[in-house]
Design a protein around this ligand. Structure first.
Ligand code: GDP
Ligand code: ADP
Length: 205
């Protein structure tokens, strides 16, 4: 959408940032949103240097790249934000967000706390949602049950989770905080928080 009077791209629907500790339920929620609201949401596919997990698809879950490739993209100014998490690089390319916004969809970004702080310095203007586990103990249980992490990776994620849970209390950082205790109830709250934006997209598309 182009506003010719100002010659710049008009704002489409507001993007949504999902952040929260590893294992809090971000992917679970975003997959449900993408499925339930076909033609409303689009996922910003990040780049990462971590290895794909079984079942993950290159170009769909992430763009899996080497450090060298990622760093040269960053050096060329192709990323909106990037961060180091648990020994790997992660980042949102400008193209990832533009691809979704070009279709007039609500762009969902699944990013860590450093990403949240860096996105705040851009003009993306998303709705910031923090997904919180009921407790660190329950988070550990869910991460173990997910069976995707080595013991070392799990411990790093739990340590980051403790820090992020504290940081999330910073006032004004997040528009919505959702405790993911009962999955259905939490998903219901997430939908409720995004309802206005969902309706706008349904009305225009
Ligand atoms: N800053 C930033 N963080 C990201 C990006 N993509 C993913 N992350 C975060 O990196 C962390 C680890 O992601 P991942 O390895 O997929 O593990 P998971 O969250 O346990 O499924 C999570 O907190 C993600 O939100 C990105 O593009 N930028
Ligand atoms: N409310 C919930 N109750 C129980 N298990 C859950 C709940 N929400 C998510 N899970 C499970 O917890 C694990 C972590 O969720 P996931 O969506 O992968 O988290 P994240 O993307 O934030 O790392 C997954 O195995 C998921 O199926």
């Amino acid at each position: 959408m182009r506003d010719d009077t100002k010659g710049k791209v008009m704002a489409g629907p507001r993007p949504v940032v999902l952040s929260g500790p590893s294992g809090a339920g971000k992917s679970t929620f975003l997959k449900r949103l993408l499925k339930e609201f076909d033609g409303v949401f689009g996922f910003s596919v990040s780049h990462t240097t971590r290895n794909p997990r079984p079942g993950e698809v290159n170009g769909k879950d992430y763009h899996y790249v080497t450090r060298e490739v990622m760093q040269s993209g960053i050096d060329r100014g192709e990323f909106i934000e990037h961060a180091e998490f648990s020994g790997n690089m992660y980042g949102t390319s400008k193209a990832a967000v533009q691809d979704v916004q070009a279709k007039n969809l609500i762009c969902i970004l699944d990013i860590d706390m450093q990403g949240v702080k860096n996105i705040k310095r851009t003009d993306l203007n998303p709705i910031y949602v923090f997904i919180q586990p009921p407790s660190i103990e329950e988070l550990e249980k869910r991460l173990r049950d997910r069976k995707t992490e080595s013991e070392e990776s799990l411990q790093k994620r739990l340590q980051a989770a403790r820090v992020d849970m504290e940081l999330s209390k910073e006032t004004g950082l997040f528009d919505v905080v959702i405790v993911n205790d009962d999955l259905e109830a939490a998903y219901g709250k997430l939908k409720e928080a995004l309802l206005e934006e969902i309706q706008k997209v349904k009305d225009t598309n």
